[in-house]
Design a protein around this ligand. Structure first.
Ligand code: FMN
Length: 414
């Protein structure tokens, strides 16, 4: 299957790259480029020694961001920059990890920005050591390596081979950029039951304009749809999320397209086809105003004149894709119902060409719209399965498992 929008395994993943002062720094420039090719956002910290080998300008240009070098930077430290740098990362990569940086990290030294970030971080750390073979085999480095492993630090390399210094050979070469990239992908986008599968997920409400300042909307928050996109990505899927206007953040590991109206959402969904699966969670407006006023509709002076809005039906995205020439292998729809949840959901299953309908009670008592919890019933050709009320994140994870099992030919029940 052709995958135009796929192949970026680190979409929106945030890598904080700490660059130590070793001759292998030149290879790190290549690593930055490859990380960005995979869709990662790369932010770099350079030690003072690293800046002796390549200029911060090169690193800034390749990472398309400023480079952080100074623990006592007046502009950054007003909001405790060394803490923020770690907080805003999904993974910290140290490359090249010098003998010195390993020693600092192993002992908890924090006398420059790189070491302070490492000590102040609770994020996973991946180190790519690079040093002379005698430095690598030296007793202090052995101890530091063992300590860091025990602390949960991951390592890629070093490798054996010729060193940059003439005549030096042995273990201590930094792993090649491709290998470091593979280790980063393994850490941030681990293979799962949906690896190699592509998904389209819609989420949030749509806004249907009345005039330039007014629109028709609904109470959907996007929490459930965004959680499903993230849960599918966590199982290895490459996910295109098409989101209506929401106030929550784009999930990491997912490529997000923002739209306003039902028609824009349909266009974005069709542009994302073909895909292996589609999950339509968005609360798409059923109707829109027939003709949108180009100017703000003015209140008429005097009593009695109120505008009346002529409405037309919006396209049905689930039904369109459920009967599409490029129909994904699995099509899942959400049915937001306030009464007869199961009966209405079953009717929708047939009419819309869906494999699964997730019926949820959005009545005031059900509270699913906008809230954090959801009580759903899963409907398929095999029947109805009521799930207990749970957090939307849990609904997302269970649903992603069901979808993976169906796609992979396993059991179809949760
Ligand atoms: C030419 C040259 C090459 C160096 N290469 C390395 C190296 O590959 N690995 C290493 O651990 N140290 C290397 N060093 C020593 C480090 O630059 C030195 O320990 C420095 O203090 C490390 O600082 P940092 O850990 O803050 O980056 C090299 C030094 C020089 C002058």
């Amino acid at each position: 299957m052709m995958r135009r929008w796929l192949g970026m395994k680190l979409q929106n993943r945030r890598v904080l790259l700490i660059i130590g002062g070793g001759i292998a720094v030149y290879k790190v420039l290549e690593l930055i480029r490859r990380l960005r090719d995979e869709g990662a956002r790369v932010r770099c910290v350079m030690t003072a020694a690293a800046a002796e080998f390549v200029t911060p300008l090169s690193v800034a240009t390749l990472s398309a961001d400023r480079v952080f070098t100074n623990l006592f930077d007046r502009d950054d430290e007003h909001d405790v920059g060394h803490i923020r740098l770690s907080r805003e990362a999904d993974l910290i990569v140290v490359a090249p990890a010098t003998a010195d940086l390993m020693a600092k990290a192993a002992t908890g030294a924090a006398n420059d920005l790189a070491s302070a970030v490492l000590l102040a971080s609770d994020k996973p750390v991946l180190m790519a050591p690079a040093m002379n073979p005698r430095m690598w085999s030296a007793a202090p480095t052995r101890r530091n390596h063992a300590t860091l492993l025990a602390d949960g630090v991951q390592f890629v390399g070093p490798k054996s081979g010729a060193m940059a210094e003439a005549g030096e050979n042995g273990e201590g070469r930094m792993a090649e950029p491709a290998e470091i990239l593979a280790a980063i992908i393994a850490q941030l986008a681990p293979a799962g039951p949906l690896t190699g599968r592509s998904f389209i997920v819609t989420s949030g409400p749509t806004h249907e304009p009345i005039d330039p300042v007014r629109y028709i909307a609904n109470r959907s928050s996007g929490k459930q749809g965004h959680a499903i996109a993230a849960a599918l990505a966590k199982l290895g899927a490459e996910v295109r999320l098409i989101s209506g206007p929401v106030t929550i953040a784009d999930p990491s590991g997912v490529k997000t397209t923002h739209v306003q109206t039902a028609r824009e959402m349909l266009t974005a969904v069709e542009a994302a086809l073909p895909a292996d699966g589609a999950v339509f969670v968005a609360a798409v407006a059923d109707w829109r105003v027939d003709s949108v006023a180009t100017d703000k509709i003015k209140k008429q002076p005097g009593a009695g004149t109120v505008p009346s809005l002529a409405m037309v039906e919006n396209p049905d995205i689930l039904a369109t894709v459920g009967h599409h020439a490029q129909r994904p292998k699995i099509v899942v729809g959400f049915a937001a119902e306030t009464r007869d949840v199961v009966a209405n959901g079953e009717a929708k299953l047939k009419r819309k060409g869906a494999d699964l309908i997730v019926a949820n009670d959005v009545s005031a008592e059900g509270g699913a719209m906008g809230g954090d919890r959801n009580r759903v019933t899963l409907l398929s050709a095999e029947g109805a399965e009521a799930w207990p009320e749970m957090d939307k994140l849990e609904v997302a994870e269970r649903l992603a498992q069901v979808i993976a099992a169906r796609l992979n030919g396993g059991p179809t029940r949760a």
